[in-house]
Structures are given as C-alpha cells and as structure tokens.
Design a protein around this ligand. Structure first.
Ligand SMILES: [Zn+2]
Length: 371
C-alpha cells in the first residue's frame, strides 16, 4: 500500500487541507479501479466501507492478489467535512458558494476531442490510450480559482483514466441503490446485485454534471463525434448509495466492502480464492422513472411504508398531519415501483421532497437528480 497526500490550495491564511490517497497494486498492469467515499462529506457509510476495503486490500496485496491497481480515497471532501454548524454537519453544499459538491464537474468532451482530433486510428487499444492521455492532460490544464474547484480537479485527475470508478454516497433513509449511465447498466448490474441493491437507476444525462458522469460520459460523446473510429467505452462509473446516513455499522461496511471486492475480482483487478457467486443482476430502471413524492402542504410526516417496499399505484406512502387543525392528508403513489429512499425529517415544509419511488416508465425530463 502506498499513501499519497495531495494538498489543496489554501482558501484562508493558516489553513491547509489535503486528500489522502491509498494505492494498491501497480499502475498499468491490469484494470484500474478508483473508489472514493463521502464526496457529500457527511455521508459516512462509504467512509467506513473504504476503511474495510483498505484492510482487505492490504492483506490481498501482501498475498500478491492485487493484479490491477486499486485507488481508494476514503475522505473525498475534506472541505465539506469541516463544515459543521453548531454541531450539525453540512456536507452536501459548499458554504463558500452554495454549490452541491457533486455537481458542476468540468466538461472534458471538447478539450479531449481537440487533443485527439487527427490522431485516432483503426486500432481501438491505441485510441483508448490516446484518449486517456488526453483526458489527463485536459484535467491538468483546468483552471482552478478556489479550494472547491481545486478539489474537483484533483478528484478528476485521480479517476479519469480508470477502467472503473465507484463514487460511494448514501441517502437520508434508504436501501442500497445505484446510478449509472444507460450505456453501462449491464456492468452495474452485477455490482448492484452483490451489494444487495434494490434499484439501479440509469440516465444518459442526469443534469448538472455529477462526478460519475464527468469521468465516463466523455467516452460516449467521443464515440459519437468520431464515429468512423473504434472507441470503446473504457470507463464504467457509478454512484453507489449505501443506504441511509444512519446506516453505519461494521457489519454493513464489511458486507459492502466484500461485495465491491467480488466485483473487483469480476473485473480482473484482484484475485479471490473462493468468491461467493454474485446473484442475478438487478434490473435497471430509468432515472426519469423516479417519482419524487413531495409534500403539497406543511405538516408532520408519518410514513406508512418502509424503504425497500414495493408500492402499487394509489397506495398510501405517508400521511401529513397538520398540528394546528389536526387534519390528515394522505400521500399516495402515482406509479408502481420500489420505495428506495425517504427523508429522515419528520416535519415537512410545503414543497419538500419526502420519498423517491423507482418506477419502470419515464415520467420526468430535464434535471433528474435531487438538488
Ligand atoms: Zn451524496
């Protein structure tokens, strides 16, 4: 195991933050898998899973069983992790500019296309290496104006040449679910199954350019731009939501680390002696098919259904109770689907999203992710 410390440019005098990067195996001899946790800084389940992963990978490496390269960043957002306001963590948005830490990653399609134009050949392997070099060069020349943009550039620089990128997050209260590109649903299926996920949500473009799309979508677009040349989809990326933010336990982290290692073995990055079989792949459903159940009025939230439940159209998911008039409003689902996430908050302001149900048919368009 090699530990690398990457310092971020300071934002105020007397402060310094850094990323700690744990590397296992060797570069350029097999598949590279990049795993980061807690980009939304106070999402801790992935952080503990990363600890378990590093423990297991240390042993596997000593046994000579890491045959590719695995890079783990257990704390992907030290800026957000320090954002504690009178005892409450605030890790989703930057206090400096209000932006979501997992949105607005730089677009790499145009700069990479310019770098490879006129240099592609009929050899898919050569094209892959050419594009990877162009990706790294393009990331290295991105303008950095502050600590947050430096963080985004640094994370991209670690991940953009990987074969597989896993971005570990969690929801508020949830069962495990994954987001990935429609083109990569077949690769995410076994990982989702190994993790015991209840939903695999796919979109070609989900909006506002989250990290997973920033590292993989360039390949899809280059294949379209240079359709006369063979360009393989050489970066599979997925956002993995490891249940809810309170689901932090050693048992769960060990389970999730084990699932990720079984997937890494399937991808050819590590060797496992007796990996247990991965169950049937989870079927993908469109991210555009997710129904966000919102509160039409303010009230006390009383959920009637648990995360992981299958909900039929018309069934009541929650009641909103007005504490003044004592009236109750039933909130029912407009679709059939899996209730895969719900808010931990038990008081809703008008308009607040309370739960998410994964349906099979698209019902939305535009920006598809939560704010
Ligand atoms: Zn998150």
């Amino acid at each position: 195991m090699r530990i690398e410390k990457i310092e971020l440019p300071y934002s105020t005098s007397g402060t310094t933050r850094s990323l700690q990067v744990f590397r296992f195996g060797r570069a350029a001899v097999g598949p590279k898998i990049y795993i980061q946790a807690a980009l939304h800084a106070d999402e801790i389940p992935g952080m503990l899973t990363a600890v378990q992963l590093c423990n297991r990978l240390e042993t596997l490496e000593a046994e000579g069983k890491v045959v590719g390269e695995i890079v783990v960043v257990p704390v992907a957002n030290p800026i957000g992790l320090a954002q504690s306001i009178q005892g409450s963590s605030f890790g989703r948005f930057s206090l400096a500019d209000g932006t979501n830490f997992n949105r607005h990653f730089p677009e790499l399609i145009a700069p990479v296309a310019e770098r490879v134009r006129g240099r592609l050949t009929v050899n898919a392997g050569q094209n892959r290496e050419l594009i990877r070099v162009a990706l790294l060069e393009s990331v290295s020349t991105l303008c950095v104006s502050d600590e947050v943009s430096a963080l985004r550039r640094t994370l991209l620089s670690l991940a953009v040449d990987a074969d597989v990128v896993l971005d570990l997050h969690c929801d508020s209260e949830a069962v495990t679910h994954l987001y990935t590109s429609t083109a990569h649903a077949h690769r995410a299926g076994p990982l989702a199954a190994a993790l015991g996920a209840k939903a695999l949500l796919t979109a070609e473009v989900s909006g506002d350019h989250p990290f997973d799309e920033a590292v993989s979508r360039t390949w899809l677009e280059l294949a379209r731009i240079f359709s006369e040349y063979p360009i393989s989809q050489s970066c599979f990326s997925t956002t993995v939501e490891l249940r809810g933010d309170g689901d932090v336990s050693t048992a769960l982290a060990r389970h999730d680390a084990d699932a990720i290692l079984r997937f890494a073995a399937l991808e050819g990055a590590i060797l496992l002696d007796h990996p247990s079989a991965i169950p049937t792949a989870v079927a993908a459903t469109p991210l555009a098919g997710v129904l966000p159940l919102a509160a039409p009025v303010a009230g006390i939230v009383v959920f009637e259904r648990a995360v992981g439940d299958w909900i039929n159209q018309g069934e009541i998911v929650a009641h909103l109770v007005d504490p003044i008039s004592r009236s109750e409003l039933a909130l029912s689902s407009e679709i059939d689907g899996v209730l895969f996430a719900r808010t931990r908050s038990r008081y809703a302001i008008a308009g607040q999203r309370l739960a998410k149900i994964a349906g099979r048919e698209p019902i939305r368009s535009g920006k598809l992710l939560s704010p």
